[in-house]
Design a protein around this ligand. Structure first.
Ligand SMILES: Nc1ncnc2c1ncn2[C@@H]1O[C@H](COP(=O)(O)OP(=O)(O)O)[C@@H](O)[C@H]1O
Ligand SMILES: [Mg+2]
Length: 333
């Protein structure tokens, strides 16, 4: 359970201040453990493999190989422990890397009232959405929240491969896009619907709050489309077409962040909003948020949610935008 998610519970339970301190410390420890596990397994293996590709002396190579073996053994141990608490870990999509990312997200989510509502509401009704390419279900909760569930087991794998994804990461990217927007603050925060990972009806997936508006409307009439262009450029959005935004009067909402956090060379299908802004210079506000992102060791909270190469690519895009001072031309990345 995330740290801030505890506060309303502590208040409601009326426990002593010592007990409240203990609960906070244990929540902090859980987040720290999930991130350390990620660093040792997913991130650590990535770093070590990269170092081993270089021309290095034999003694150093032996040391790195020992560390790599240790990281792999540790990963196997963690997966074993994880599979005892989550039945979905037996699915093909639940690769070791994806499981490490899910563990990080589950340890930090819930620190926002909108995330809490998505996590806590009980299911009332559901129906399947027939629009995009993945299996999406709309769920109505007893607290009035309506959300869209994109399940790991319902992804169109062939399409994902065309976008450079060889792992089931679309639901993870949905959540990471929200956390990044939240960390950046307004006006970007308001562009992305709050989103969590939640297991519903035995299926693990992203669960995003329903946003108002209609697909395929002209975004240029909205007040926040320039902010959306900047956000898409930053996150490496590969599929921004009219089915993936909503217009409600003068407000634009970006939905579908499955194909984002692109790596260098990845394909870009559509970048309609980014292309409309062309090579605009960055505003002061955009510069400031990029400075904040590149100075943030955990990339405003998303480094450990993403595959390590995708986190590196996000940082590189931010740095490139700062260096050039403008919105880059839309993909390929
Ligand atoms: N948060 C949301 N708010 C409102 N509508 C949504 C939301 N998420 C999805 N939808 C609806 O479901 C459709 C499919 O969702 P999307 O995430 O684009 O799936 P796919 O990955 O299959 O393209 C969208 O075009 C939209 O109409
Ligand atoms: Mg879509």
């Amino acid at each position: 359970m995330a740290r801030n998610r505890l506060e309303p519970q502590i208040a409601a339970a009326g426990v002593s201040s010592e007990a409240a301190q203990e609960m906070r410390a244990s929540a902090d420890a859980r987040v720290a453990r999930a991130q350390a596990d990620y660093d040792l397994t997913r991130g650590g293996i990535y770093d070590l493999e990269k170092k081993l590709e270089a021309d290095i002396p034999d003694t150093e190579r032996e040391l790195l190989e020992d560390r790599l073996n240790f990281a792999r053994a540790e990963r196997a141990r963690l997966l074993q422990a994880h599979s005892q608490t989550h039945k979905w870990t037996n699915n093909d999509w639940a690769t070791p890397g994806v499981q490490a990312q899910i563990a990080v997200i589950e340890s930090v989510q819930g620190d926002d009232p909108a995330e809490r509502a998505l996590l806590d509401g009980q299911i009332v009704t559901c129906h399947e959405v027939r629009a995009g390419s993945n299996t999406i279900t709309q769920w109505v909760l007893d607290n009035g929240v309506i959300g869209y569930h994109k399940i790991f087991s319902g992804l169109d794998d062939d399409l994902a491969e065309d976008f450079g994804q060889d792992e089931a990461v679309q639901p993870i990217h949905e959540v990471a896009a929200w956390h990044l927007a939240k960390g950046m603050g307004e006006p970007w925060r308001g562009l992305v619907p709050p989103c969590v990972l939640r297991e519903i009806d035995g299926e693990q997936g992203s669960f995003a709050a329903k946003a108002p508006g209609a697909n395929y409307q002209d975004f240029r009439a909205t007040d926040n489309w320039q902010a959306a262009a900047f956000f898409d450029a930053l996150i490496g959005q590969q599929d921004r077409h009219g089915g993936n935004w909503l217009v409600d009067s003068r407000m634009l909402t970006l939905i579908d962040h499955g194909f984002t956090f692109a790596c260098p060379g990845d394909y870009c299908n559509k970048a309609d909003i980014q292309s409309a802004r062309k090579h605009d210079p960055l505003s002061e506000e955009e510069r400031a948020v990029l400075e904040r992102l590149v100075a943030s060791p955990d990339l405003l909270g998303v480094r450990h949610m993403l595959a390590p190469d995708r986190a590196d690519a996000l940082l590189a895009r931010a740095q490139q935008m700062l260096d050039t001072g403008e919105i880059p031309k839309a993909g390929p990345y």
